[in-house]
Design a protein around this ligand. Structure first.
Ligand code: 13P
Ligand code: ZN
Length: 273
């Protein structure tokens, strides 16, 4: 029996993470989308080397040349994370970017006729940007975590205070995102513009907030992107939990400098006074 993408460890982890994200409440209905760059050995072993193109789907943008020939597992537009582990072939697809940079070749999935997420702009632009910053980047993950959304509704949006108030909620926050967090003010989703703006932030940050919408996280693998988002989400939750109370203990800039020294990380320049 020929192996399929469902036998691929990365793809199995992908379905598991999608399921977890649904149960964490981050992906109501069709909320959220994830794309994972697949390595050539996986394409060879589980997708017949990419020989079988099921159909072509026009892309609504001309992607960066760095993405030509790249193969991505990607969630479908309008599809529910809740159903994805049970029916992966309907709810996700595997696409390859064609040489013309304007076409996706469907290698597997979207079996009921669907197509990739409406946030394809942001996904393709962020992959291109991150690959130029870090050739090991594989994952772009978007979701709607409860506390991140609430934090973005009550907090100032300047990136320094937005980041530092999260670093101060728990000792190990600054270790996970020392470069800080990029923040976009509210914008219409699913557009070329929000894709460009998010990718611009991703030159500097692995994590970008869409105010009153959600978060984008990037990572070398699924664990890194998921771990980044869950850590930011927890910080937002801790901030909101403590908000009504007088604070008797706080993490100071001095403490943050000590953590940075102890864990050999470099917090964003200028943030610690
Ligand atoms: P899709 O169903 O098109 O992936 O859209 C979900 C979403 O979260 C839009 O930002
Ligand atoms: Zn969304």
């Amino acid at each position: 029996m020929n192996k399929t993408i469902l036998d691929c460890r990365t793809f199995q982890d992908y379905l598991e993470i999608i399921d977890n994200m649904y149960r964490l409440g981050w992906d109501e209905r069709n909320g959220g989308n994830i794309s994972v760059l697949l390595d050539q050995p996986d394409v060879d072993e589980y997708l017949c080397g990419g020989k079988n193109v099921i159909r072509e789907i026009p892309l609504p943008l001309e992607v960066d040349p760095i993405l030509v020939g790249k193969v991505f597992a990607i969630t479908g537009t309008g599809r529910y994370f809740r159903n994805t582990k049970k029916h992966p072939e309907e709810n996700t697809g595997v696409i390859r970017i064609k040489e013309d940079r304007k076409t996706a070749e469907l290698l597997w999935g979207f079996s009921t006729g669907g197509k990739f997420t409406s946030e394809i702009f942001a996904h393709m632009m962020c992959h291109a940007t991150r690959l130029k910053v870090n050739p090991k980047n594989h994952v772009i993950m978007h979701c709607h975590p409860q506390n991140i959304l609430t934090y973005s509704s009550i907090h100032d949006l300047d990136e320094e205070s937005f980041t530092k108030d999260l670093w101060r909620t728990m000792t190990e926050e600054v270790i996970v995102f020392p470069e800080g967090i990029g923040v976009l003010p509210w914008e219409l989703c699913g557009t070329n513009k929000i894709g460009v703006d998010t990718a611009e932030k991703m030159k500097e940050y692995r994590c970008v907030i869409w105010t009153l919408h959600g978060i984008y996280g990037a990572g070398d693998d699924l664990d890194e992107a998921f771990g980044l988002i869950e850590t930011v989400e927890k910080a937002c939750m801790l901030y909101l939990m403590a908000l009504p109370f007088e604070k008797k203990q706080v993490i100071t800039d001095e403490n943050l400098k000590e953590i940075a020294e102890g864990f050999h990380i470099t917090p964003k320049a200028g943030y610690l006074k």
